[in-house]
Ligand binder design. Structure first.
Ligand SMILES: O=C(O)C1=C[C@@H](OP(=O)(O)O)[C@@H](O)[C@H](O)C1
Ligand SMILES: C=C(OP(=O)(O)O)C(=O)O
Length: 438
């Protein structure tokens, strides 16, 4: 197989010459942008997304919806300011082909949308997408009335034979490998004839804030959703059938992508301000305020944004990251530079993310001289003096940013394929060097 030079290119991670002091404008949230696109596509009137994230995952989502007949146009927002996408809903069409790349949101949120199309929709993606769990969506859609051809593994590639409508109704799923199964069924639920009632039967449920994000965003476009938090049964979500409104929505900055920049303040004893940090949000990255404070920093939400200040010391933590799994690589990187050991728990499902993140973090940190061991559901990290070397990233954007964090404090770290950050943050290398004043 020909080697893509971008995948083997080495990026010398800059070391920080002193305490960073910078303001970093972090682009929009992947999770909010891709939910907004789906909800706007399913609405009964046009809508606007202002300041959408433009990255591999969101461009794949937009392209897939276009392939199914939705209009997504470039424009300026209704008040004439800011870049925006105008979304023009239309009858969902097949035949169509969808490239999911390695985007969990695309591979899981769109098969239910495709079930509403009037013809077959073929889903394919990167080799890794074939290994990521999808059975919760495939099995549930079959129970709800869809016809799907797959190779029997409960994974990509597959074809959803859209019939123009879907019965919907009650369904049981095991979402212990991904919260996105639940989000996927809820997002399209208002358009199913009977709506949908999703009952999670697994022992654990990761990334619950991401399900709250789905519910909040559904309600914001007029859907009626009953949840465990609103007095319903535990692990049961119910969406009533009904039309969705087209809204004018401004996308929040991606707080999980703010992580490496906040980490830079923590690791260098400096200060980083992230403008437009929302006062209230369902994004899991908001937990960084608490976790990075426990690790030695302090933060303040001001008119300028979130101001995060490092103290010069970095401490280890013992923390359950089950709700906020996507923060694990960045926390592991900081923990490797701390003055005491860390235990990261509740994240066994990361083995099925962009790569096996527990194995990848263990191997790459240890190859720089670290002392990390995998546990059944996380990592033990005992900080040691690290040395330079190649930090492999396995096509995982968060491995690349984790390597950059370590490189701040360790001379000679070379991050392989930093371009993989394009999955959710194509501007990363420029934002990073800009923050460091290079
Ligand atoms: O719904 C979402 O937008 C996401 C849910 C989480 O997935 P898992 O529940 O599969 O971990 C998270 O890790 C992913 O980055 C984004
Ligand atoms: C797990 C992640 O992405 P995905 O949406 O592809 O699951 C992530 O961004 O950390």
């Amino acid at each position: 197989m020909p080697v893509n030079p971008a995948h083997t290119a080495l990026w010398p991670a800059p070391t920080a010459s002193g305490a960073v002091d910078a303001t970093v404008h972090v682009p929009g949230s992947k999770s909010v942008t891709n939910r907004s696109l789906v909800l706007a596509a399913l609405a009964s009137e046009p809508g606007w997304l202002r300041r959408p994230l433009r990255s591999r995952d969101t461009l794949l989502m937009a392209e897939a919806l276009r392939a199914m007949g939705i209009g997504i146009e470039e424009g300026v927002g209704p008040d004439g300011t800011g870049e925006a996408w105008r979304v023009l809903p239309a009858g969902l069409r097949g035949p169509a082909t969808v490239d999911v790349g390695n985007a969990g949101t695309v591979m899981r949120f769109l098969p239910p949308v495709a079930a509403l199309a009037d013809g077959p929709v073929r889903f394919d993606g990167d080799p890794r997408s074939y290994e990521r769990p999808l059975h919760g969506v495939i099995d549930a859609l079959r129970v709800l009335g869809a016809r799907i051809d797959d190779d029997g593994r409960g994974a990509l590639p597959l074809t959803v034979h859209g019939g123009g409508a879907l019965d919907g109704g009650p369904v049981e799923i095991d979402a212990s490998s991904s919260s996105q199964f639940v989000s996927a069924l809820l997002l399209s639920g208002p358009r199913f004839n009977q709506g949908v009632e999703v009952r999670h039967t697994g022992a654990t449920l990761p990334s619950v804030p991401h399900i709250r994000m789905t519910v909040d965003m559904l309600r914001a476009v007029g859907a009626q959703v009953d949840t465990p938090e609103s007095g319903g049964e535990p692990n049961v979500w119910r969406v009533t059938p009904g039309a969705l409104l087209g809204r004018d929505l401004t996308i929040e900055p991606d707080l999980s992508n703010a992580q490496p920049f906040l980490a830079a303040a923590l690791v260098t004893g400096g200060r980083v301000t992230v403008p437009d940090w929302p006062a209230r949000t369902t994004q899991p990255g908001d937990r960084l305020r608490e976790i990075f404070t426990e690790m030695g920093g302090s933060c303040e939400l001001t008119d300028l944004g979130l101001v995060f200040t490092g103290s010069g010391s970095v401490h280890g933590v013992d923390v359950d990251l089950g709700d906020v799994g996507e923060l694990t690589p960045g926390i592991a990187a900081v923990a490797a530079l701390a003055d005491s050991p860390s235990t990261l728990r509740g994240v066994a499902h990361l083995r099925l993310h962009e790569t096996d993140r527990l194995a990848a973090l263990t191997k790459e940190i240890n190859e720089l001289g670290g002392d990390v061991t995998e546990t059944a559901d996380g990592l033990h990290i005992r900080p040691r003096r690290l040395h330079g070397g190649i930090f492999h990233t396995y096509d995982d954007h968060r491995m690349a940013t984790a390597g950059a964090i370590i490189g701040l404090a360790v001379e000679g770290v070379q991050v392989e394929n930093v371009a993989t950050t394009a999955k959710t943050l194509p501007d990363f290398p420029d934002l990073w060097t800009g923050m460091l004043g290079i």
